[in-house]
Design a protein around this ligand. Structure first.
Ligand SMILES: C[S@@+](CC[C@H](N)C(=O)[O-])C[C@H]1O[C@@H](n2cnc3c(N)ncnc32)[C@H](O)[C@@H]1O
Length: 222
């Protein structure tokens, strides 16, 4: 596995301005990992579907996409963009076990992020309160529920970054490896550099202090 890769930071369409910052994963990232880790006809789940990049690209590659997304407006946006609109659930990854879902051949996702110093709850889209340790527990809980739906030996790919705010570093990528390793076997990380997203103020493409992400590669051995 090549562990350092560059992707163009490009989106094929504009996100409507009502959604604010464009936190979507570039399609090039999804395309590469979907092709490498799944086959045509496979089921692909994104439990934090956002604006549906994973679902849309997976469908373009002949996979059957499924998604869960907390925000109703984002769900509506995805439903307009994919053919398998019936496969998107408006709900919470923390309630995954209660949904009627098939077995998945691949998970490719990017969970909502939280910095240590933040007090808002990412799993309610930053409404309500949380602490970083509670947030990590929620991350572990969501992925352990997901594991029940993953095919034996399938991969779970998690797009995540460390975060730097005013000098304080939250080692979210390392902490995610730690938390998810109690459910899946960690096979390693791919360092992802974003081309065409250089920032002049040093905050990186997404404004969280880094100009690279990690694609964490896990295998579901059960
Ligand atoms: C980092 S974004 C994913 C972006 C996505 N990869 C894309 O390209 O659009 C994380 C998403 O998780 C959603 N989310 C937050 N809490 C959630 C929960 N409890 N269950 C499911 N989705 C949730 C947020 O609304 C947000 O859209």
């Amino acid at each position: 596995m090549q562990t350092f890769r560059r992707f163009r930071y490009e989106k094929s369409d504009e996100l409507p301005s009502k959604f604010g910052d464009d936190v979507r994963t570039p399609e090039s990232f999804v395309a590469e990992f979907v092709e490498e880790f799944s086959e045509e006809g496979d089921t692909v789940i994104d439990p934090f579907a956002g604006f549906g990049t994973t679902l849309k690209v997976a469908e373009e590659f002949g996979r059957i996409p499924y998604g869960i997304e907390y925000e109703a407006e984002r769900v509506a946006y995805i439903e307009d963009r994919i053919e398998h609109a019936e496969n998107i659930v408006r709900g919470s990854a923390l309630e995954l076990a209660s949904y009627d879902l098939p077995t998945f051949d691949l998970c490719l996702t990017s969970p909502p992020y939280m910095a240590e110093e933040d007090t808002r709850n990412p799993f309610r889209n930053y409404a309500g309160k949380s602490r970083y340790d509670e947030y990590l527990e929620n991350v572990g809980d969501a992925f352990s529920q997901l594991a029940e739906f993953m095919a034996t030996d399938s991969h779970v790919l998690v797009d995540v970054s460390n975060l730097k705010n005013e000098g304080n570093v939250t080692t979210l990528a390392w902490d995610a490896v730690d938390v998810l390793s109690s459910t899946f076997r960690f096979e390693g990380e791919v360092v992802v550099a974003w081309e065409g997203a250089e920032s002049t103020d040093g905050t990186g493409a997404y404004g969280y202090g880094y100009d690279h992400n990690y694609c964490l590669v896990f295998r579901n051995e059960k």
